[in-house]
Design a protein around this ligand. Structure first.
Ligand code: XLS
Ligand code: NI
Ligand code: NI
Length: 443
């Protein structure tokens, strides 16, 4: 097995402020205790197989720029998949992060038939199991790519052709088996093309029923095979389609409620999908936690000037801290974690750039975690919320929710007491200053 990342000995260690320009973490110190738990156990960081090892650096105007020898189309696809796997596990081990994530087609090449695709996947999964054993790296989640092949151009579960639905079912069954075999802690469904390009040819209600049917079958299958990980839906508003049904957390939540699936699924929230949906990451996480559907995150960032999923490595502590604050306050991750669904920029073609990118992203998450924990200890935000809603714990608030209260009884009371409530300051700027104080002073 040839070493690929020859410039890095690994594992990348915590170097603190001594890092200089070398490859070490400035903030991420896996064993450091934060709110009573190891940093590594809080963040549960995963590297993604697809952008890092299965993408040659193409864009819509140009060919691949990256040095990824296993993506050479003239190679035998099976030996290329083994070489890719060697490089991926070498990277995971040298970076020293605990988890990875993959799509079926990242791990093994599709064959000429579903049966051949399955046997390719099984071969590579057997080897991945050995590599997990050797390195101690674990699987955060697996998924199936139901969006790249032309057969999925009009969607997978939502395709107008039921044969495509059935084909997707076969692929998901195998990807779930692979995830189960590798001890994956979650199985993710991102509905890449479960949406429409034009309403001129689309029946939305029919397509919703198809999607719900697919999700119901997947949830039943999970029980049939004894997979105990979580099922996660990854919301995204659009791209590649004009409109995707899993638009954002609230839309997914409403969909799950409507089809009685809310007990079966949680969400995998991607930072850049939140911003594409017109929300902050903070909003999406807070929504999911408050509604009991929070699962995991894809940590990345967008570019405020671009309207697409640029999948850049995260570098804003401000953006991530408030999301992590909600996660920490909600009790932290259970089966989920922070997956780097992130791409290098096309000009970052040195092998070592993949290390620099992940190290920066991981340090950003680690600093954000410290800030989140300090925000909880500081208590200013919680105190402000408690004070703001205090009336609801007192007589009038309780009366409004009491059995037997009616619009009449509430209105009569307002009139008889001649209520004339005085507006109170929301103190937004004061609270923003309180957050910045913590961001600026936490080490
Ligand atoms: C694409 C999605 C995808 C999922 C996994 O925008 O983020 O990468 O995370 O299929
Ligand atoms: Ni994405
Ligand atoms: Ni993603």
């Amino acid at each position: 097995m040839a070493e690929f990342f020859t410039d890095v000995a690994g594992p990348v260690a915590f170097a603190g402020t001594d890092r200089g320009d070398g490859l070490g973490f400035r903030v991420y110190n896996p064993d450091r205790l934060v709110s009573g738990r190891r940093m590594a156990d809080h963040l549960r960081i995963a590297v993604c197989y697809w952008h890092s090892f299965n993408w040659p650096g193409t864009d819509v105007f140009g060919a691949g720029t990256f040095d990824r020898p296993w993506l050479d189309p003239s190679d035998d696809p099976i030996s290329a998949a083994y070489a890719k796997q060697d490089a991926a596990f070498e990277f995971f081990e040298k970076l020293g992060t605990p988890f990875y994530c993959f799509h079926d087609v990242d791990m093994a090449p599709p064959g000429a038939s579903l049966a051949e695709s399955r046997s390719n996947l099984e071969m590579l999964v057997d080897r991945a199991a050995e590599k997990q054993e050797e390195t101690g790296v674990r699987l955060l989640w697996g998924t199936a790519n139901l969006f790249s092949h032309p057969r999925y151009a009009a969607g997978a579960a939502t395709n107008p052709d039921p044969d495509v639905f059935a084909h997707a079912a076969a692929q998901v069954r195998d990807a779930m088996a692979a995830t189960h075999r590798l001890g994956g802690e979650n199985y993710v469904l991102w509905g890449g093309r479960e949406g429409y390009d034009t309403l001129l040819n689309t029946e939305m209600s029919r397509e919703s029923d198809q999607l719900a049917r697919f999700l119901e079958l997947v949830a039943d299958h999970k029980r049939n095979i004894g997979f105990t990980g979580a099922l996660l839906i990854e919301p995204k508003p659009q791209e590649p389609t004009k409109h995707q049904y899993d638009y954002d957390c609230a839309t997914v939540h409403g969909f799950l409620e409507r089809y009685d699936l809310v007990e079966e699924y949680k969400v995998n929230i991607e930072v850049n999908h939140a911003t594409l949906g017109g929300h902050s990451f903070h909003h999406e996480v807070a929504y999911a936690i408050e509604n009991g559907i929070f699962g995991s995150i894809d940590a990345n960032r967008g570019d405020p000037q671009n309207g697409w999923d640029t999948d850049q490595f995260p570098n804003s502590v401000e953006e991530l801290s408030l999301g992590l604050f909600e996660i920490l306050r909600g009790g932290g991750f259970t089966s989920g974690g922070c997956n780097f669904d992130t791409k290098l920029r096309r000009q970052s073609m040195d092998r070592t750039d993949l290390f620099h990118a992940h190290i920066g992203g991981i340090d950003t998450l680690a600093q954000s975690l410290l800030v989140a924990s300090a925000l909880i200890d500081d208590g200013a935000l919680d105190q402000a919320r408690t004070d703001r809603y205090s009336g609801w714990g007192a007589d009038r608030g309780r009366m409004i929710f009491s059995d037997g209260a009616t619009l009449d009884s509430i209105a009569d009371e307002a009139m008889s007491k001649n209520l004339d409530p005085t507006p109170k300051s929301g103190r937004q700027e004061l609270l923003e200053n309180a957050v910045n104080k913590v961001i600026w002073t936490t080490t």
